[in-house]
Design a protein around this ligand. Structure first.
Ligand code: NAD
Length: 260
């Protein structure tokens, strides 16, 4: 893992730290390779990781990610900006522990085209303009008709992100699961859906069908598309995973404690 590239948040501080890391890595014998890197060093925070993952989504089977946080808090990052020398020492002398994270995929279908997107944190069908009705199928079997603002599908990694804010469960690493969580579901005698997060096998396929997704968005990590004209969104696991390269021993509990 000697060939690296860097992705940073774009602010002045992250850019400065990024160029310091680059110089120190090259001095330590690493090779900057923007075309075919093995290691993506992201400098910023959790949002920077999402940008980096989407930039390298086609190369996920042969790139590894490691992060330096430039603020005070980072869920995914292993080092802070004042630990750059420790990072250089660790990466030069230690063998990385690899941690794989599931990537989600959505196929969106309308009358004329099909679009595929990917996400690390979550995929959401969300409509804040009007009540979104949709039929939910699990592995092609009818499950329920949902009415409300929308649905969020996340894996273990994204369980601490948007999913947690809408009452979904935080999933511990090692439990490779999907979670479907309602966003402001309507529950009364004429409209009823599960009303609780549903935990699914990682190979589950969740399909949302409706003839009118007008005004709804498909949000995937920090990105979104408009769903006007689409009538089916099928969410499942992507065949590739994202791989963290950890050079220090930060436990999940330490990450959770730092964040919440
Ligand atoms: P962003 O990049 O500014 O992130 C928003 C917050 O979510 C930040 O505090 C970030 O540290 C945190 N975060 C991101 N991924 C996380 C994870 N896996 N575990 C714990 N915390 C995490 O915001 P953005 O660019 O609009 O969206 C990126 C991500 O931020 C989305 O994928 C979504 O999960 C999350 N987000 C959460 C909320 C919420 O909880 N209400 C709202 C908007 C976005």
């Amino acid at each position: 893992m000697r060939k690296f590239t860097l992705v940073n948040r774009g602010d002045e501080n992250s850019q400065r730290i990024c160029s310091e890391i680059k110089d120190k890595l090259i001095r330590a014998g690493f090779v900057m390779d923007q075309e075919n890197p093995e290691l993506i060093v992201y400098v910023g925070g959790d949002g920077t990781l999402l940008h980096a993952m989407h930039e390298w989504v086609d190369d996920l089977d042969h790139v590894y990610f490691t992060g330096i946080h430039t603020g005070t808090l980072g869920f995914s990052t292993d080092y802070t900006a004042d630990e750059i020398d420790v990072f250089i020492e660790d990466i030069s002398t230690k063998k990385a522990v690899i941690e794989e994270k599931r990537i989600l995929q959505a196929n969106c279908v309308n009358d004329t085209k099909e679009l595929t997107i990917h996400a690390l944190n979550e995929i959401r069908v969300e409509n804040i303009v009007k009540t979104q009705e949709m039929d939910v199928y699990i592995n092609d079997s009818y499950f329920e008709t949902f009415r409300g603002n929308g649905m969020c599908i996340s894996g273990q990694y994204g369980s601490t992100a948007y999913n947690r804010s809408i009452g979904g469960a935080v999933i511990y690493p090692g439990l490779d699961l999907l979670q479907m969580t309602e966003i402001s579901g309507i529950h009364h005698r004429h409209a009823r859906s599960l009303g609780a997060p549903l935990i699914l096998n990682p190979d589950a396929k969740i399909t949302f069908n409706h003839d009118d997704f007008a005004h709804a968005l498909l949000c995937f990590d920090h990105l979104h598309i408009h769903l006007d004209g689409y009538h089916q969104i099928e969410v499942s696991s992507y065949s590739k995973t994202m791989k963290f390269a950890h050079f220090n021993k930060k436990t999940h509990l330490e990450r959770l404690n730092a964040l919440f």
